[in-house]
Design a protein around this ligand. Sequence first.
Ligand SMILES: Cc1ncc(COP(=O)(O)O)c(C=O)c1O
Length: 221
Amino acid sequence: MTYTPEKTLADLVRQDFPILHQEVNNKPLIYFDNAASSQKPLAVLNTLRDYYEQDHANVHRGAHTLSARATDAYESARDKVAQFINACYREEIVYTRNASEAINLVAYSWGLNNLKQGDEIILSVMEHHSNLVPWQIIAQKTGAVIKYVQLTATEEFDLEHYQSLLSDKTKLVSIVHVSNTWGCINPIEEIVHLWAYEEYFGKHLLKLLLRIDALVVLFLQ
Ligand SMILES: Cc1ncc(COP(=O)(O)O)c(C=O)c1O
């Protein structure tokens, strides 16, 4: 991609998104609602179209050519995603229909089996409902207690408050990286470091789980 005085980065990126090639209210469409339903660039649209036109079949369940191609595409996407998010193993990539299903999966599998009366779950006040409701239900079922990280005076994630909430009762930290409501980018590295410090030096090794809601940040990248 090359910048020229005539073309801004936005002009260049817009070219890749056919849906933006239209006017709404007599103005070029600008779309900011980039969360679960982000717009798709041509490369994605073309790949989906090619797949349905040439390769679509049942994955992992057929012995014929199309099924083999569909399975290869499905599994190589797993490798690409693993590389993109720097996962250690391809098996860490678990496909779900959406972020809510993924969070519910963790809540009902890990949460129900590992949380007990008095354990603490740390969320923040800026979480999407899909990162609140499953934990509220699991807390009701297990007797775990939810603690919410508040915002600073400038309405950002309050790291000091977060640190003050971490204790040997903390069993889960589940925080959004880029908030869809606030639009802010949370200091996820510090959140992870403080969690890891507590995990290793607080002597409750392997009892804590850290979950990051990276939905918006992955689309933005
Ligand atoms: C930060 C965040 N987490 C979770 C969700 C829920 O996503 P889904 O609709 O894929 O379940 C959204 C949806 O916009 C979101 O912005």
